[in-house]
Design a protein around this ligand. Structure first.
Ligand code: KG4
Ligand code: ZN
Length: 352
C-alpha cells in the first residue's frame, strides 16, 4: 500500500508485483484551497486527517483485499509540507506496526520519477528525467533505482510554481498550471515577446522567477494602456508564457541528453501533464531519435500509485538484503518527515 500526503492530494493505492495497480484512491483538496488562491498548509494537514483512513478502507475494498494480503505500507516522507507529511507518516507507520509489516519511507520526487514505469511502455535504465512539479524543476541522470545524479535544477521558482503565480496575476484561478494551459489554447504565443531564461549560457540549471516578473510587467503595462486585460490578451500572455517555459525546458533536455549520450527522456511531475510540453518534446524526440516516456495525466500529479510502486521496489530490496522487516530508513517505525531531501542522497537499490 502506498500513502501520499505531501501537499494537497490525499492518495492511497495498492500495487501488486504481478497484477500491477489494484486500487488507486485519490481525494483532491483543490476546491478547499481555491478560495485562498493557493495551498494553506494547516488546512491541508487537517483535511488529510479527515480523508486518509476512509481512503485506506476504500483502497482495500477496491483491491478486494484485507490487511493480511499486504506486504508493506509505503508513505511519502518528504519533500513536502511538514504537517501534511506527518499525517501520512504517522498513519502509515501505525498501520504497518499494527499489521506487523514494514513501513517504507518513499521520496516524493522518486515517486514522480519512476511513475512512468507503471505504464505499458516503461523506460529502461539509464535515462534522463525531467522532473517538473509545483516545488521542483530538476534534470536527473537515472542509472537505476536510487542511482541518481542531479544534472541541473531551478535556482529559484519551480516550473509549476511559475505557472501557479502567472495564473494568479492573470486572474485565471487555482490550480494555475491547468488554467494557464486552458487559456493558452485560445492565445497566440508570439503576440508578446518572452525570454527563454538561462538558455544563452552553458549548464543545465533553470531560473523561472524572471519569467514570472516579465509576465507581471507585461500584464501591468497592458492594464495601464488598456484598462482591465481582455480575454484575448490574457490568452495571448498565457500562451506566450507557456511557450517560453516549454522551450526553456526543451533546450535543457536536449543538452542533458547530449551530455549523457542517453537516448531516453522521462518526463514526470504535475507539469508533465502539460499538453504543449508533451507535444514539443515529442517532435524533438522524433527528430533526434530519443524515446520519450511520461505517465498518464493522473499519475503526473500527486497520487498514491507512484508511492506504492516505489515502496514495493524498496521493500523488495530490503527482503533481498535480509532486512529486519521494520523497513524504515533508520530501521524502525520511527515517524520522521523531511521537508527537503536531495534526491541524489537516496540509497541505491542494488538488486531487483
Ligand atoms: O506534482 P504535483 O501534483 O505536486 C507537486 O509535487 O508539486 O505538481 C503540481 C504542479 C502545480 O504547480 C500545477 O500548477 C502544475 O503541477 N500543473 C501543470 C499542469 N497540471 C498541473 N502545469 C502546467 N500544465 C498543466 N497541465
Ligand atoms: Zn508531486
Amino acid at each position: 500500500m502506498g500513502i501520499e500526503t505531501s501537499c494537497d492530494e490525499t492518495g492511497v493505492a495498492i500495487y501488486d508485483t504481478e497484477r500491477g495497480i489494484l486500487a488507486d484512491q485519490l481525494y483532491s483538496q483543490v476546491e478547499m484551497h481555491a478560495e485562498f488562491g493557493g495551498v494553506v498548509p494547516e488546512l491541508a494537514s487537517r483535511d488529510h486527517i479527515r480523508k486518509l483512513l476512509p481512503l485506506v478502507d476504500l483502497a482495500l475494498k477496491e483491491a478486494s483485499c484485507t490487511p493480511e494480503d499486504l506486504d508493506a505500507v509505503a508513505y511519502t516522507f518528504g519533500p513536502g509540507l511538514v504537517g501534511a507529511l506527518l499525517v501520512g507518516s504517522t498513519l502509515a507507520s501505525t498501520l504497518a506496526w499494527t499489521w506487523g509489516i514494514p513501513a517504507i519511507p518513499v521520496h516524493h520526487m522518486e515517486g514522480h520519477m519512476l511513475a512512468p514505469m507503471l505504464e505499458d511502455n516503461a523506460p529502461d535504465f539509464p535515462f534522463v528525467a525531467l522532473l517538473v512539479s509545483g516545488g521542483h524543476t530538476q534534470l536527473v541522470d537515472v542509472r537505476g533505482v536510487g542511482q541518481y545524479k542531479l544534472l541541473g535544477e531551478s535556482l529559484d521558482d519551480a516550473a509549476g510554481e511559475a505557472f501557479d503565480k502567472t495564473a494568479k496575476l492573470l486572474k485565471l484561478g487555482y490550480p494555475g498550471g491547468p488554467s494557464v494551459a486552458r487559456a493558452a489554447e485560445q492565445g497566440q504565443a508570439d503576440k508578446f515577446r518572452f525570454p527563454r531564461p538561462m538558455t544563452d549560457r552553458p549548464g543545465l540549471d533553470f531560473s523561472f522567477s524572471g519569467l514570472k516578473t516579465h509576465t507581471l510587467t507585461l500584464a501591468n503595462t497592458q492594464r495601464q494602456e488598456n484598462g482591465e486585460i481582455d480575454t484575448q490578451t490574457t490568452a495571448d500572455i498565457a500562451a506566450g508564457f507557456q511557450e517560453a517555459v516549454v522551450d526553456t525546458l526543451l533546450i535543457k533536455c536536449r543538452r542533458a541528453l547530449e551530455q549523457t549520450g542517453y537516448k531516453q527522456l522521462v518526463l514526470a511531475g504535475g507539469v508533465a501533464a502539460n499538453i504543449r510540453l508533451r507535444e514539443k518534446l515529442a517532435v524533438e524526440a522524433d527528430k533526434k531519435g530519443w524515446a520519450l516516456h511520461y505517465p498518464r495525466p493522473e499519475f503526473c500529479t500527486d497520487n498514491g500509485a507512484m508511492i506504492a510502486y516505489v515502496g514495493t521496489l524498496r521493500a523488495q530490496s530490503l527482503v533481498q538484503a535480509g532486512g529486519s522487516g521494520n523497513g524504515s530508513r533508520k530501521g524502525s517505525y520511527e515517524i520522521e518527515v523531511v521537508p527537503r531531501f536531495p534526491i541524489d542522497q537516496l540509497p541505491a537499490v542494488e538488486t531487483l
